[in-house]
Write a protein that binds this ligand. Sequence first.
Ligand code: IPM
Ligand code: MG
Length: 372
Amino acid sequence: MYKIAAIGGDGIGPEIVAEGKKVLEAAGERFNFDIRWADFDIGADRYLADGTLIPEEDLKELKRFKAIYFGAIGDERVRPGILEKGILLALRFHFDLYVNLRPIKLLDGVETPLSGKGPKDIDFVVVRENTEDFYVGIGSRFKKRQKTTLNVERELYSVKFGLDIESDAEEIAYQIGVITREGARRVQTYAFDLAMQRRKKLTSVDKANVLSDIYGLWREVFTETAKKYSKVTTEFTFVDAITMWFVKNPEWFDVVVTPNMFGDIITDLGAMIQGGLGLAPGANINPKGTSMFEPIHGSAPKYKGLGVANPIATIWAGSLLLDHIGEHKAAAAVVRAIEKSIKDGVVTKDMGGSASTGKAGTYIAESVRKGK
Ligand code: IPM
Ligand code: MG
């Protein structure tokens, strides 16, 4: 019996997590395990009701679980950044989820926008560092223009006469990226271990030609770590170049390890080449603690409740969850069932089908249950 925490969140989050739960429960029936869900009310509604993002008690409670199944957060009624930082990033930092695992795999029957490429060409994994870099939140703004009466008058005056008398040219903002030796080492080690289980090739992403201090350290650690893995072929790429190679030669990649922000950017590109955001899963992992599994897309508020959201990314994230808790056969069965639903055309509108979110989810759950 597994106890798993669930956070539906905002927008389409609750609907897609509901489908994911159906599928994981079906996997349990077939492979003989039970799941007991613990639902957490976290998201925009709660924030708007009482100002709570994630209270201490919830964090304490969540710590008791090995896995959290997460939908999506983001809501038009809340200023951008508040829920993202206060919930999603807060969870990543609180539980030290230093690996963000994002498989970029073109499933059978899915169309990629890359012409001439098929499932055998697009099958790699991005290991995104998830707790450092420009996400640490060290920064400030200075010499900010205040809305004083004097300034407002000056502004009106300058608009009226077309003069630039009050200039904001002095304003300063900075934000600092941080890489620690241990932070780089642990995520790169994870990536090397993963490469050992796959095709034994690891690509490191950075921008060491310009940001040579932080990514210089990243590279140095990579070179040292590589010495312990003589069977793994390694290479360095700059982040700008890798966006080009993802499009031109995705078949070159097996495992890609990247600092946080570049990882954020290149995995959206990765999602597109694997058929779209509706298909891209992610796992936020702390190998020794609580981990969290989510689709990489957002909450798509305008589709909330319409039954059109594609549940595949979330269901696939559920497969990553099963893998993480050791149910490897069940995890593989879930991906096969997703592929079957695609082959049988029981897919949502974004993939050219007409199935509702619920119908697509139920179909996948049924195939998992029946094993075909
Ligand atoms: C992602 C998202 C998040 C990130 C946002 C929502 C904070 O884009 O998971 O890729 O930047 O990591
Ligand atoms: Mg992103």
